[in-house]
Design a protein around this ligand. Structure first.
Ligand code: FAD
Ligand code: NAD
Length: 464
């Protein structure tokens, strides 16, 4: 097959890669993007989107189950049932629609999609195995966007009852007993969803706390919900191996104790690692940063004309970071002056309740040697939260003592993920407490907790 020559070659069409290609195409750069499976990457096919679809169904099912019989708010329904195979078919429909959307966006931007596994031969050349044979692509600029994959436990490899998040998003039946190994983002988002759909869930977490990346004030409402859902949480516990009959997880607890957890499925969610093998990394002269490809603030690697974006470049492994890097890299290749200098990268954990964080927590600010003040507003005092039957959680602001510049904002509560937009904007605009307190927030909305938290930090909250 005739070789393809282009200005930009993108390897991997996840959020990092496909956004690079769209923006490069928009800027008039001759762009080719190589994807082994379907465009959209982990995020669209087996990550953000399908997990949120499943979480939505679990929430709706839990809500409906609550109304089987009498309820305080006057709704009564017959006992509902859940057909998980139908749920998964619905979820697959969403994913397929969005796959087509990404394809259309690439086409509209003039970027060419080549489907097949790509292997770099050198810093300018990629060999792609397509259904129609091998294609050789030569590019002036290469963007590596190969993403990440689930970490496997050596003593509990994937297969049979042991599943990764990918399989957990496509089960045809709700497993009666689900053991989740790893109480981080994925483990708790999916563990809570399955508990709501009817599984008896156990969470095995090696650290002394679930969601160890968040402070205990933020995770307390999640712990309360885990208890309400009767999810067993084993802390300081490591999955050791499968039982001989392969229908139980054997877990090492502190004090050399062991526990046997009978399980229909064991979902292993102990992190994700950069996809750095199988595509010719060894043929490139790239400096690594631990297990990731090393990059500078312009996503340049150690090789001239080779960039890297997204999960393959490290933490935080979040879709919106990959997207922001991809957009920037396309502009840099087009000659624009850009650097990755975001004031914050928001993080949202779609547990019940949800957690949203931007910038520094109080502990992180103090650890950085910053004198700070903290204002907090409980959602139990927020009219909108009360009318939504949700009184748990709070909005919290961390600001410098000397000039009230905001250092970080956190919230936990029902639906607070949507507050991430105003939190990020406040950080990006360099807001002070007075800016937030002086911004009129619509009533009644949970967003009113934001200026109230600012007022609390200033010493005069109005509604507490
Ligand atoms: P990926 O999305 O991993 O895409 C890489 C692509 O490259 C893949 O399509 C792969 O097939 C392709 N590829 C790799 N090597 C080759 C090759 N040699 N040839 C051809 N193609 C290749 N993040 C959030 O921000 N919010 C969330 O709510 C969220 N939820 C998640 C839930 C789950 C269950 C999981 C697993 C992840 C979640 N994430 C979430 C993380 C998010 O999915 C990733 O951060 C994001 O997908 C990273 O994008 P990327 O472009 O770097 O890589
Ligand atoms: P994670 O890092 O969030 O959590 C992994 C957990 O497993 C940790 O709490 C760790 O202490 C524990 N662990 C590690 N080894 C263990 C062992 N042997 N036994 C028991 N526990 C063990 O990783 P994840 O949940 O797999 O998610 C991977 C990444 O995907 C996240 O870091 C995040 O970047 C991304 N993600 C984001 C979202 C979101 O933005 N809402 C959702 C899902 C995934």
């Amino acid at each position: 097959m005739k070789p393809i020559d282009c200005k930009v070659l993108v390897l991997g069409a996840g959020p990092g890669g496909y956004v690079t290609a769209i923006r490069a195409g928009q800027l008039g750069l001759d762009t080719v993007i190589v994807e082994a499976t379907k465009p959209g990457g982990t995020c669209l096919n087996v990550g953000c989107i399908p997990s949120k679809a499943l979480i939505h169904v679990a929430d709706e099912f839990e809500k409906t189950r609550r109304f089987a019989g009498d309820s305080e708010i006057g709704i009564s329904v017959v006992t509902p049932t859940l057909d998980l195979a139908q749920t998964v078919a619905w979820k697959d429909g969403i994913v397929t629609g969005l796959n087509a959307g990404v394809r259309a966006l690439l086409k509209k931007a003039g970027a060419r999609l080549v489907v097949g596994w790509g292997t770099m031969i050198d810093g300018k050349t990629c060999r792609v195995k397509t259904d129609d044979g091998e294609v050789r692509i030569r590019a002036q600029n290469v963007v590596i966007a190969t993403g990440s994959e689930s970490v496997e436990l050596p003593n509990m490899p994937f297969g049979g009852n042991v599943i990764s998040s990918t399989e957990a998003l496509s089960l045809s039946q709700v497993p009666p007993r689900l053991t989740v190994v790893g109480g981080g983002y994925i483990g708790l988002e999916l563990g809570i969803a399955y508990a709501k759909m009817g599984s008896t869930v156990s969470v095995v977490e090696a650290a002394e706390r679930v969601l160890p990346q968040y402070d205990s004030e933020l995770t307390k409402p999640i712990l309360d919900k885990l208890q309400a859902l009767k999810i067993e949480v084993l802390l300081g516990a490591k999955a050791k191996c499968l039982s001989a009959s392969r229908d139980a997880a054997i877990v090492e607890l502190t004090g050399n104790r062991e526990k046997n957890i009978p399980s229909d499925k064991i979902l292993v969610t102990v992190g994700r690692r950069a996809r750095t093998h199988g595509w010719g990394l060894s043929e490139l002269d790239l400096t690594t940063d631990g297990r990731f490809i090393g990059i500078d603030e312009q996503c340049r690697t150690s090789m001239s004309g080779v960039y890297a974006v997204g999960d393959v470049t490290g933490e935080p492994m979040l879709a919106h970071r990959a997207i922001a890097q991809g957009e920037m890299v396309a502009e840099i290749i087009a000659g624009k002056r850009r650097a990755f200098d975001a004031a914050c990268i928001p993080a949202v954990c779609f547990t019940d309740p949800e957690i949203v964080t931007v910038g520094l927590s109080p502990d992180e600010a103090r650890a950085a040697g910053l004198d700070c003040k903290v204002g907090s507003f409980p959602l139990a005092a927020n009219g909108r939260a009360i009318t939504m039957e949700s009184k748990v959680g709070f909005v919290r602001i961390v600001a410098r003592i000397d000039n009230d510049v905001i250092l970080g904002i956190q919230a936990v509560g029902k639906g607070v993920s949507e507050l991430s937009a105003s939190f990020s904007l406040a950080m990006e605009m360099g807001a002070r407490l007075q800016d937030i307190a002086g911004t009129i927030h619509a009533h009644p909305t949970q967003s009113e907790g934001f200026p109230e938290a600012a007022l609390s930090a200033l010493g005069h909250a109005l509604h507490i």
